[in-house]
Write a protein that binds this ligand. Structure first.
Ligand code: PLP
Length: 390
């Protein structure tokens, strides 16, 4: 089966729900049993529980989404969380103990960085940030107590593509767990488990939900690591509400067609922006000029709609004029929904292990599903405002 078919079919069981195409939304915490035997049977632990015992521990609404994501990611099983960052936090807490050392990519999503520095540190876990473009030098950073390698590729602000297969091989040779925030790649465009990842995280809030109306996270693991994730998630008590889970699995059904449009429009806009005199560089791994292009082409099955642009040095007032006047590109701290977004970003302030070498101001764009010509016109008018103000 192709992924286009899988996103439509996986996780659905009409035969169990009177033929209904979509699984019903189970609003449930208490599950009743008629007999003591049934009560005991429901409470019985199985590797992937697919019998109800208590609402928080899973029900047909959560299983529909989790089964679909696990299948698309190519992992063993998946759990859902109330947000992407909840998924990240839970996954890290599941695998790390006091005294452990964590290797974290320097281009990581800001709140993940904060979780390490402000939270894991309180529990005696030490984090070393490493250059996203690191190769075999990773070996030199591994200590006897290093437990986990965390990847995010490409970085969602600066778009460096990591050599996931090489880094995973090194990590496994030292018995590390390899965990990745795979939100940019999505379960369709980056098959994390085929490249050596053990634990793959999605901020489902982005392309899986796809409609900017739900926060959700997913964590998928190999069979080996599944019990560790499941135990921690159940102890930390994180679960998502049924309406959010339902909306996410509804969003998933159209993810493949949405992604091809995001990709097609993003390629066009990125290529066009590259030729504009105000733009110094476009940071989009799918462009042959991007430093990450060869790894992206080798490992990824597509590119999503999020990329960066470096402007030539200019008057900051010009950037404000440009952004304040945008008609279609909204300003909001997110991406992955149907709408186009634009934001100024400042990666320099967030680096500790590597230097952000580009000098010009940076913008981050998310290319949504609007007509390409309309988006181009909006950007054209914005660049004119920038030019005139500088
Ligand atoms: C790469 C990445 N990971 C994780 C998250 C966190 O997702 P959420 O906002 O659902 O917590 C985000 C959010 O922007 C993100 O960009």
């Amino acid at each position: 089966m192709h992924d286009d078919t899988r996103v439509v079919r996986s996780g659905r069981h009409p035969e169990s729900f009177h033929g209904a195409v979509n699984p019903p939304v189970y609003h449930v915490s208490t599950i009743l049993s008629e007999t003591v035997e049934e009560l005991e049977e429901r409470g019985r632990a199985t590797e992937v529980a697919r019998h109800t015992s208590y609402g928080r521990k899973g029900n047909p609404t959560s299983w529909a989404l989790e089964d679909a994501i696990a299948e698309l990611e190519g992992g063993f099983a998946c759990l859902t969380f109330p947000s992407g960052i909840a998924a990240v936090g839970n996954a890290l807490l599941a695998f790390l103990n006091a005294g452990d050392h964590l290797l974290m990519v320097d281009s990581v999503y800001g709140p993940t960085r904060d979780f390490c520095n402000k939270y894991l540190a309180r529990f005696g876990v030490e984090t070393t940030f490493y250059d996203p473009c690191i190769g075999s030098e990773l070996r030199e950073l591994i200590r006897p107590n290093t437990k986990l390698l965390f990847l995010e590729s490409p970085g969602s602000q600066t778009f460096e593509v990591q050599d996931v297969p090489t880094l995973s091989t090194i990590a496994h040779a030292h018995d590390l767990v390899v965990m990745m925030d795979n939100t940019w790649g999505t379960p369709l465009f980056f098959k994390a488990f085929q490249h050596g990842v053990d634990v793959s995280i999605q901020a489902g809030t982005k392309y899986i939900v796809g409609h900017s109306d739900v926060s959700l996270g997913t964590v998928t693991t190999t069979r080996e690591f599944w019990p560790i994730l499941k135990d921690a998630a159940w102890q930390l008590g994180q679960c998502s509400g049924p309406d959010d889970l339902y909306l996410a699995q509804r969003g998933l059904r159209t993810m493949s067609v949405r992604l091809s449009r995001h990709q097609q429009s993003a390629m066009e806009i990125a290529g066009w922006l590259q030729k504009q005199p105000e733009i110094k560089r476009v940071l989009y791994p799918a462009l042959p000029s991007d430093p990450g292009y060869s790894i992206w082409k080798r490992d990824f099955l597509g590119a999503t709609g999020l990329f960066g642009v470096e402007l030539h040095p200019c008057d900051p007032r010009g950037i404000k004029q440009m952004l304040n006047g945008m008609e279609l590109f909204g300003m909001g701290y997110s991406w992955g929904g149907f709408e186009s977004l634009i934001l100024p970003t400042n990666p320099k302030s967030m680096r500790t292990a590597s230097t952000w070498r580009f000098e010009g101001p940076l913008l981050r764009l998310h290319i949504g599903l609007e007509a390409l010509d309309d988006l181009r016109s909006d950007l054209e008018a914005g660049l004119k405002r920038l030019r005139e103000a500088s």
